[in-house]
Unconditional design. Structure first.
Length: 68
């Protein structure tokens, strides 16, 4: 499980990017959220997630908001 913060949310397109604590930027799609609505996400919000490979590179999945 990885942790990071929401870096950018592109509401009209249904995706965004997370800044991983390792310093890399990871793509995510709204369908990868668990327990939160896409429209409720805010930049700098702390999240935890898994990373999987996709044809376009790594992407975040199983994303949930942390309480830290």
């Amino acid at each position: 499980m990885h942790t990071g913060k929401i870096k950018k949310v592109v509401t009209e397109r249904g995706f965004g990017f997370i800044s991983d604590t390792d310093g890399r930027e990871v793509f995510f799609h709204q369908s990868s959220l668990t327990g939160i609505q896409f429209t409720d996400l805010k930049e700098e919000q702390k999240v935890q997630f898994d990373i999987e490979d996709s044809p376009k590179g790594p992407r975040a999945v199983n994303i949930s908001v942390t309480q830290e």
